[in-house]
Design a protein around this ligand. Structure first.
Ligand SMILES: NC(=O)c1ccc[n+]([C@@H]2O[C@H](COP(=O)([O-])OP(=O)(O)OC[C@H]3O[C@@H](n4cnc5c(N)ncnc54)[C@H](O)[C@@H]3O)[C@@H](O)[C@H]2O)c1
Length: 270
């Protein structure tokens, strides 16, 4: 159902890889709510071709950008403003990748070059996006910027290894840049801490099925789906949440407030 929440708003959506991606669902919902936007992803991801399908569905242009490259981001923001005919109202940063997780390295055996790559791709890129937007004065007043995080920023999930640090940095960047952009342009910056979700990035984490089931059993509402996450992103891009900024917002069916649930007690007592 559409509420026209984003009518007249212009955006940039990072991170739609395939139909399972959270960013993919956000793009479809944003379109439904009347937004105009450009889609972007790393050139590598682009070659897989799926994003073109989404672009057609959303009548959106695709601009390749490696989110770790300031040069690529400069080109992206310049072109996005040309294509959309004005400044940007919303940005979704839906990017995460750890070479250490990909290669199955444990926390005690991390490759430090890869650790730095994890931080660059999954956290510093968020700073770079806002840095370029600020330098180009590319954002409209009362704009909204959202990045996606995970509770491993605060609690220990052993298989999440160096991504835990990346998410902690990401959430800190949201607070610090949120202050800056708030003072300058009334732009808000938040992270959404999402339940485990069955996507390419999600299922790449070791033991994913177990902690997906665990979180689902712990949460009174169950795990939040990618579709529900997209709905939440739309509210944060809309004018209905203008005073929410510098927050890490839990979107997890209640998981983060739980100690133990009856479902887990039953499972362990069996
Ligand atoms: N799936 C989960 O369980 C879960 C839970 C909480 C948070 N998140 C977060 O949600 C976000 C989106 O992930 P997803 O689950 O939709 O998976 P996904 O694999 O569909 O999306 C990850 C995206 O990051 C992009 N990316 C990687 N390196 C890049 C680079 N250098 N430049 C630009 N883009 C790059 C990939 O191409 C891909 O589109 C990530 O930040 C992830 O950590 C996911």
């Amino acid at each position: 159902m559409s509420y026209n929440l984003l009518k007249g708003k212009k955006g940039i959506i990072f991170g739609a890889l395939d139909e399972k991606s959270i960013a993919w669902k956000v793009a479809l919902r944003a379109k439904e709510e009347g937004a105009e936007f450009v889609l972007t992803n790393a050139p590598m991801a682009m070659r897989m071709g799926e994003i073109k399908k989404l672009a057609e569905q959303c009548n959106a242009e695709v601009i390749p950008a490696d989110a770790t490259s300031v040069e690529d981001l400069e080109n992206l923001f310049t072109k996005a403003q040309e294509i959309l005919g004005g400044k940007i109202d919303f940005v979704l940063h839906s990017i995460g990748m750890s070479p250490n997780i990909r290669k199955g390295r444990t926390y005690g055996d991390l490759n430090y070059e890869w650790f730095l790559k994890t931080l660059d791709i999954s956290a510093l890129s968020f700073h770079k996006v806002m840095h370029v937007a600020e330098k180009q004065d590319a954002l409209n007043e009362w704009g909204s910027i959202v990045a996606l995080s995970y509770i491993a920023a605060q609690r220990v999930f052993p298989d999440y290894t160096d991504m835990s640090q990346a998410k902690a940095v990401l959430e800190s960047i949201a607070r610090n840049y949120g202050y800056r952009l708030g003072m300058q342009k009334k732009v808000r910056v938040n992270t959404i801490s999402q339940s485990p979700t069955k996507t390419t990035a999600g299922t790449g984490v070791g033991g994913f099925d177990a902690f997906y089931e665990y979180a689902d059993k712990m949460s009174p509402l169950g795990n939040a789906s990618a579709q529900e996450c997209a709905d939440y992103c739309i509210t944060l891009f809309s004018d209905l949440t203008k005073m929410v900024t510098m927050q890490n917002l839990m979107h997890d069916g209640g998981f983060s407030s739980m100690g133990i649930s009856e479902g887990i007690v039953e499972m362990i007592s069996k």
